[in-house]
Design a protein around this ligand. Structure first.
Ligand SMILES: Cc1cc2nc3c(=O)[nH]c(=O)nc-3n(C[C@H](O)[C@H](O)[C@H](O)COP(=O)(O)OP(=O)(O)OC[C@H]3O[C@@H](n4cnc5c(N)ncnc54)[C@H](O)[C@@H]3O)c2cc1C
Length: 448
């Protein structure tokens, strides 16, 4: 016979001022998006004690929670190009490949793009973090920092269950918004006279995969008929995830201001825009989308808000001229993809043998000794950033941030042994591994 249900309670009362719990580690990573995850996993591989903090109650940042749905910038141009980023990226691809229908490599016409299932990606992140003995602190919003002699010595976070103070030798700024460096009072950048739009991603189910319109057809119709549906953006895409009867829709342009009240209002407006875009697809392309339903909305997709002032400000000219920096830590060939006007975006593509580089100087804040940035808030002009912030190079940046802080130890990231650093990131700068047999694949391209 089961025991009687327990009914005893205790009376509790909040004590004093609510002391912050104190935690210590070698490297604290602020932001658990793809860049922060990569940094945390690499730092753990190097034997460092790592704490990974995020304001969301879940890991994975935009890659998981905004349902970005494809990894771009991971392969060189051409239909079956070589891989640019290795290490953590290899671990990630191996996991996705081990799960049925979790990954699809779309080859060509211009490059290879990796479609992924965001639920599987989320599980990879969670399992990898646990296996690497990284301590996650979730639902933790950065509140304050203590700065001494150009170093962040501790950072305070508030969670729904109380405050946490984290002391670390080094910090990775992977918040996407330069939240850590901003809070600590270091110089940051914002766009002077332009805005960069975000996008509300949507997953549609119940689509007809065989009767999907081309991207060009969708964009043409958006230009002609967008007014009738109140659409702001006049180009965009709904790309099918093959074999799963779903499509990810990227058809809105939503402002992403830094003011808390405006930001909340715009997030809701983004969902309205997305709903109107769904109405447009259903009515204008009934064969492919007539029975479509929204399965999920991602969290607001934010491209660019505030970013760091680094030792080096990467420019679009350096990208176009393929400047190979002495301190290069990663590369890509993704186009300039600048969403700086409501109805469209600049799209500048590169040749098949093109690769452009990201210098460590763009990850290292000019004024601070123990922080390295990674991901969409490194130092670059808006056009340059629009290319290097895609997720392939974000993984390389995360790995590089971990190596730089590991080499710096309790010293300065401005004085690390650059020979050692170059050796550690050599694969992500030099290696050209083809995942697909070139002869076998020479005649294979994907139609759309
Ligand atoms: C709509 C859209 C579509 C895109 N499409 C593609 C694509 O198809 N392929 C591709 O490769 N790239 C794409 N990109 C670009 C790419 O997704 C992002 O640049 C990349 O995911 C950024 O990763 P991140 O780790 O730098 O930042 P994020 O993923 O933004 O992670 C930052 C994390 O920091 C946390 N954080 C922020 N502030 C605080 C704080 N104060 N305290 C604690 N935590 C904080 C956030 O909660 C978040 O989890 C797209 C971007 C958008 C917006």
């Amino acid at each position: 016979m089961p025991a009687a249900p327990s009914t005893e309670t205790v009376i509790v009362r909040r004590n004093g001022n609510g002391e912050f719990r104190r935690l210590k580690c070698d490297i604290c990573v602020v932001g658990a998006g793809i860049a922060g995850i990569s940094a945390a996993l690499q730092a753990a591989k190097l034997g460092r004690k790592v704490i990974l903090v995020d304001s969301q109650p879940a890991l994975g940042g935009q890659a998981v929670n905004s349902i970005i749905a494809t990894f771009c910038g991971l392969f060189s141009n051409g239909t079956h190009g070589y891989q640019f980023t290795y290490g953590v990226a290899d671990d990630l691809l191996a996991y996705l490949e081990s799960v049925e229908q979790a990954v699809h490599y779309r080859h060509g016409p211009r490059t290879t793009v990796v479609y992924y299932d965001e639920v599987t990606l989320g599980r990879w992140v969670e399992q990898s973090v646990l296996a690497a003995d990284i301590s996650p602190v979730l639902g933790a919003m950065l509140l304050d920092t203590k700065v001494e002699s150009g170093r962040i010595v501790s950072a305070d976070f508030m969670t729904r269950y109380g405050g946490v103070t984290i002391e670390a030798d080094g910090y990775v700024e992977a918040s996407g918004d330069a939240a850590l460096l901003w809070q600590a009072g270091f110089a940051c950048r914002e766009p002077a006279n332009h805005r960069v739009y975000g996008t509300q991603m949507v997953v549609l189910e119940n689509i007809d995969e065989e009767r999907q319109p081309t991207r060009e057809a969708i964009s043409e119709r958006m230009k002609e008929r967008g007014d009738a549906y109140g659409l702001l953006r006049r180009e965009g895409l709904g790309f099918t995830i093959p074999g799963r009867g779903i499509a990810a829709m990227n058809m809105t342009h939503v402002e992403t201001p830094l003011d808390p009240v405006e930001a909340s209002a715009k997030a809701l407006e983004g969902k309205d825009q997305a709903s109107r875009a769904v109405d447009f697809l259903k009515a204008e392309f009934p064969e492919g989308f007539g029975k479509a339903r929204v399965r999920s909305f991602g969290l607001p997709g934010i491209r660019q808000t505030r970013w760091i002032v680094g030792r080096h400000h990467l420019t679009v000219d350096e990208i176009k001229s393929q400047t190979k920096f002495d301190d290069a830590i990663g590369r890509t060939a993704w186009p300039i993809e600048l969403h700086d006007h409501g109805d469209g975006h600049h799209w500048i593509v590169f040749d098949e043998d093109h690769e452009h580089y990201i210098p460590l100087g763009s990850l290292v804040p000019a004024e601070c000794h123990n922080v390295v940035a990674a991901g969409r808030c490194i130092d670059a002009d808006s056009a340059a950033l629009s290319s290097v912030r895609v997720m392939g190079p974000c993984i390389a940046m995360g790995m590089a941030a971990a190596h730089a802080l590991d080499l710096a130890g309790s010293g300065s990231v401005h004085q690390i042994d650059m020979e050692k650093m170059r050796g550690r990131v050599a694969d992500n700068v030099e290696k050209k591994h083809y995942r697909w047999d070139q002869k076998e694949m020479a005649s294979v391209t994907t139609a759309h």
